[in-house]
Design a protein around this ligand. Structure first.
Ligand SMILES: Cc1ncc(COP(=O)(O)O)c(C=O)c1O
Length: 453
């Protein structure tokens, strides 16, 4: 019988996260203080994040030890299985072996708890009592709600309004784990009130929700802010995905030709890919592809520039591919991919040619996700469908080129709380949307006054 799942025992779980900073052939541009235009200092970030996470953010050490308290929580669902998608392979009829890391297996249903758990832990150890955050699709908010409860912290989540309305069950999950969930833009913060004054019907965006959550954290005693993607320490925590995947592939003696992940802020893509990028830096041949929505084509059409991470300009200036910090993406169903920027690490690696990006339309991603569900059974999150679309693309290329290929991808989450979006797709209500060229030109203009990386 052919092996379909490769499992690791609990005692084989990785004990360290991998930090790509130590292996970068060319160092990254630093984040800049918007006031001085100089690199930000650790103290500048102290009102927003606890110092132990700031240390991880700037660390150049290759391996960072995972604390026992975090490992203990990881073991509730990790190591996650590496599965071979035999039925999907048959459907595609291409000379490919497809392996996927099932991150939908976590209690919150996605990869997000991989960083929510350590972030809650480090805040707790630092003496913080309460976290504020934003969420797009609700996956991050629910993951942090769960993690905060596990480490006895209060939690408030600003949820992008369009997702709040489309996905009531995510809010209920957050409430079940004891967190407060507020639709953003809200009247609770000056940033939210300003947006509502100009656009009373604003669908919200991650950029707006981030502004609200940061403002909330810095104006409440004993509070800090927590971000579910983009930053270096978040990507660091997510490397557990790729480290496990490497161990699992080693066990069966295979190595991927292609590694794929969907990319919103870049965390699950980086999580699966960074350990393989390291191999690539040292000479291995492997293609690494991030799949983004064509309605929010940060890497494929945005400029590489210094820009803010949020609409109210509360974050440092980050060197990244961006559509402009005031960009409000169309309300497509993959809420977790509606972010104007991209993780500086991923942006840097794309710029250096160590990773590449492709964009997919909403309709083709749902078509891909439905094919997956009808062959492999598991119903993917709308974000994950972008990765599946890229897998299909690669399989078709392999068939056309007559080349055998091993594809590894991150199955970043399940879609059981996103069934309303499947209903829209299946009933023909979902629309194709292409970002007009004027929007891209506007995005480039929005970053014109900032320093160039
Ligand atoms: C299931 C799932 N996949 C992917 C993403 C995109 O985030 P990131 O690019 O940080 O992995 C999200 C974000 O909410 C998500 O919920």
């Amino acid at each position: 019988m052919e092996q379909v799942k490769v499992l690791l025992n609990d005692d084989e779980i990785p004990r360290q996260w991998y930090n790509i900073q130590a292996d970068l052939p060319k160092p990254m541009n630093p984040p800049l203080h918007p006031g001085t235009g100089k690199p930000v200092k650790a103290e500048d970030l102290a009102p927003v994040f606890p110092m132990n996470l700031i240390e991880q953010e700037v660390s150049q050490e290759r391996w960072l030890t995972i604390p026992d308290e975090v490992l203990e929580k990881y073991l509730l669902w990790r190591p996650t299985p590496l599965c071979r998608a035999r039925n999907f392979e048959k459907l595609l009829n291409a000379p490919v072996k497809i392996y996927y890391k099932n991150e939908g297996y976590s209690p919150a249903g996605s990869h997000k708890p991989n960083t929510a758990i350590p972030q809650a832990y480090y805040n707790k150890v630092f003496g913080i009592k309460r976290l504020a955050t934003e969420t797009g699709a609700g996956q991050w908010g629910s993951a942090l709600a769960m993690a905060c409860k596990m480490f006895d912290l209060e939690c408030r989540v600003y949820m992008v309004r369009v997702s709040y309305e489309q996905k009531p069950y995510r809010r209920m999950m957050m409430n079940t784990w004891g967190a407060e969930c507020i639709p953003s833009p809200s009247t609770m913060t000056a940033a939210g009130r300003q947006v509502l004054a100009e656009h009373p019907d604003s669908p919200g965006s991650l950029g707006i929700a981030i502004s609200e959550a940061i403002e909330d954290a810095v104006t409440h005693e004993g509070s800090r802010y927590s971000l579910g993607s983009v930053l270096n320490h978040v990507l660091l925590h997510q490397t557990i995905i790729g480290l496990e995947a490497k161990q699992q592939m080693d066990k069966i003696g295979v190595y991927p030709d292609v590694v794929i992940g969907c990319a919103g802020g870049g965390s699950n893509f980086a999580g699966i890919a960074l350990p393989f990028v390291r191999d690539k830096i040292y000479g291995k041949k492997v293609n690494i592809i991030g799949a983004e929505p064509s309605s929010c084509p940060t890497m494929t059409r945005g400029p590489f520039a210094y820009d803010f991470g949020d609409i109210a300009k509360m974050t440092p200036l980050l060197p990244m591919y961006t559509l402009g910090h005031d960009f409000v993406p169309a309300p497509i169903h993959a809420g977790g991919l509606r972010y104007h920027g991209m993780a500086p690490i991923v942006s840097h690696l794309v710029k250096e040619g160590l990773m590449e990006a492709r964009a997919y339309h909403q309709l083709e991603t749902f078509e891909s996700g439905v094919k997956w569900a009808r062959s492999e059974g598991f119903i993917p999150a709308p974000e994950t469908n972008h990765a599946i679309a890229a897998v299909i693309d690669e399989a078709i290329r392999a068939r056309e080129e007559g080349k055998e290929k091993v594809i590894l991808f991150d199955w970043s989450g399940h879609g059981l709380v996103d069934l309303a979006s499947y209903e829209s797709y299946l009933s023909g209500k979902l629309e194709a949307y292409e970002l007009p060229e004027e929007e891209i030109l506007r995005a480039i203009k929005a970053t014109e006054g900032f320093p160039r990386p």
